[in-house]
Design a binder for this molecule. Structure first.
Ligand SMILES: [Zn+2]
Length: 409
């Protein structure tokens, strides 16, 4: 629980602390409880609450009865008073969602990525997707806090662009944030999809998010997001969690980095398909150069493995064991007690992968005798990147540690 300060000049911070406390209270919170939980004076609470009610963010018109005693009037978040929009850029598909203040998805859309050599056109189609979503869902534009853009890393955060994104060669160093801001006239934040996924777990998860976890993101690439002490970590440039070149025990196809034991390559779709061709699962002329075909082939391999095809099972189990070995090193560095898997490809791989990961991962974790290791799938589904994008906005607007509050003071 964040504690407030009674210094008037930190009113913005106090507002964030109070709003955060109200947001976390499942059944509303009475003023007297706000005083207890935030350590702020009743006068400060009163001032801030009045402002929050005036802004339409909070309501105070419901009485609840809990146990003996007279009913108490509680403060509650006005969940539809503001919305945040998230976009996830994936080499194959662009997902757009709108969330209310509790992190629930109130509108969603998927669009094929136009791709091609003109990313300018794609910024325009992002803007069209956002405007379309706002219109279809009938959202009041004045209530939209901003748009969070979750993109494959690495990213240049200050410039708002992706840098050599995998499978999006034409998007290298193309400014995204500023042109999008200009087109839609809303604040835009850009972050790595893995980091956005961590923020989604912290803000919109069905369960209370653990304080210390890594999020292993399985999309067209592999990345890790990190939360320690309940806060998302970004590193010095926002590029934390590039684990694709961690070494694994198996020899795997030559990686772009020049080595033959990179975990990213052991999960590389083309590599898995090559193994399936070598094992006679797919015909030798199987062509899966294009992303949709590659994804379809991986889904087919998963289906065969789940149906008991021994070679398909062996290929995917080997990949899962390699992944477990690499992630154990991440767990050892960070001393987290939870590993959450998610991303666009996770649902397809979870049935086979989760049991293997649960069995293999703890073996290489040094602190396994000291604390348990929970290995779970994300509750956010394949849209976790887009939901995370929107949660970047909620986090920026409401987090008591945020410096530039979009809501203002
Ligand atoms: Zn490598």
């Amino acid at each position: 629980m964040q504690r407030g300060t009674n210094l008037g000049r930190l009113g913005g911070y106090n507002q964030a602390v109070i709003l955060d406390t109200i947001r976390r209270a499942q059944d509303g919170v009475a003023r007297v409880e706000l005083v207890e939980r935030t350590g702020l004076s009743p006068q400060t609470i009163s001032n801030v609450v009045r402002r929050l009610v005036d802004q339409g963010l909070v309501r105070e018109d419901r009485k609840t009865v809990s146990g003996p005693g007279k009913p108490r009037t509680v403060l509650e978040l006005e969940v539809s008073s503001r919305f945040a929009i998230g976009i996830h850029l994936d080499p194959a598909v662009m997902t757009v969602v709108a969330l209310n203040l509790t992190g629930q998805v109130v509108a969603r859309a998927r669009h094929a990525m136009p791709g091609g050599p003109e990313p300018d056109g794609t910024v325009e189609s992002m803007a069209a997707a956002v405007n379309g979503l706002i219109e279809e869902a009938g959202l009041d534009r004045g209530r939209i806090l901003g748009v969070g853009l979750a993109a494959p890393g690495p990213i240049n955060m200050p410039e708002g662009m992706m840098v050599s994104p995998p499978m999006l060669p034409d998007w290298d160093r193309v400014p995204l944030r500023e042109p999008l801001e200009r087109l839609i006239d809303l604040p835009v934040l850009l972050d790595k999809d893995v980091t956005a996924a961590v923020v989604a777990e912290l803000w919109a998860g069905e369960r209370e998010a653990p304080a210390n976890f890594v999020f292993i993101y399985l999309g067209t690439g592999l990345g890790a997001g990190v939360a320690l002490g309940g806060e998302v970590l970004r590193g010095s440039s926002g590029n934390i969690g590039e684990i694709g070149h961690f070494p694994v025990p198996d020899e795997v196809p030559l990686c772009g980095c020049g080595r033959r034991n990179c975990v990213g390559m052991s999960l590389n779709f083309a590599g898995l398909i090559r193994q399936a061709i070598d094992a006679g699962i797919f015909p030798p002329n199987h062509d899966a150069q294009q992303l949709p075909e590659t994804t379809a082939a991986i889904l087919e391999l998963t289906r065969l493995a789940e149906a008991g095809h021994p070679e398909a099972l062996a290929i995917l189990r080997r990949a899962a064991r390699n992944l477990a070995f690499a992630i154990a090193q991440v767990v050892n560095v960070l001393d987290v007690d939870t590993v959450i898997f998610g991303g666009p490809m996770w649902d397809a791989l979870a049935g086979l992968g989760l049991p293997v990961l649960r069995e293999e991962l703890p073996r290489d974790v040094v602190a396994r005798e000291i604390h348990g290791l929970e290995v779970v799938g994300s509750s956010q589904g394949p849209e976790v990147g887009a939901i995370g994008g929107a949660c970047l906005i909620l986090d920026d607007a409401f987090s008591p540690r945020a410096s530039g509050l979009l809501l203002g003071n």
